[in-house]
Ligand binder design. Sequence first.
Ligand code: SAM
Length: 215
Amino acid sequence: MRSIRSFAKARSRLSANHKKILNQENDFLFSANTKLAFEETLRSTNNKILEIGFGEGDSLFEMAVNNPDLNFFGIEVYETGVARTCSKIEESGIKNLKIYLGDVVDLILDKDIETTFDLLLFLFPDPWHKRKHNKRRLLSSHNLKKFRSYLSKKGFIFFRTDWQEYADSVKKICNDQKVEFQDLEKLSLLNQLILTKYQRKGIEAGRSITSLLFK
Ligand SMILES: C[S@@+](CC[C@H](N)C(=O)[O-])C[C@H]1O[C@@H](n2cnc3c(N)ncnc32)[C@H](O)[C@@H]1O
């Protein structure tokens, strides 16, 4: 049975250039047709950082540019964000950022891939704030357990949200799973995160931001 979707399918209006980059062959973009190749890349690469639901991709791209020794991966279903990020990868020529256009649930939650990450980043995942939609949240108890199973020995999960009730729910899930929260200072990479689109929206709406780091 198909899991409940954690995203609302946005209708993308792609420019000709964006269509081109999504359809041409390259070594930095993967999708359902090249899932096995993506899994193999994940298996054979060390020092991995994965951002799930990177949206416009600005933060992910900047981190990859500034940390050439680390290998960055991004998973996103939003085609426009994927195409924008791919254009930037192509123009800059960076080699340490690979993108998967598709659902993270199909890729690593509904199955087991042999790989681990040093950091899983969730920046402003959809809060699905109506109670009847809470079950669509990416960070549910079941998913969190599975995401944690993909952490390397020194690995962390970083979650940032502007939705207090989502933050409280993740804190409760972590407490139930006996997960200890870590000092944000423990990971200097987090200082490099730049303001994302949804962070800006949250701030403009006067909401406070919660950041949680855990194993
Ligand atoms: C609220 S937006 C936040 C985007 C960005 N991180 C930011 O802070 O601006 C959540 C993003 O997660 C993506 N997303 C949600 N569920 C997903 C899934 N199962 N697989 C891949 N991407 C997903 C959505 O397409 C959307 O772009």
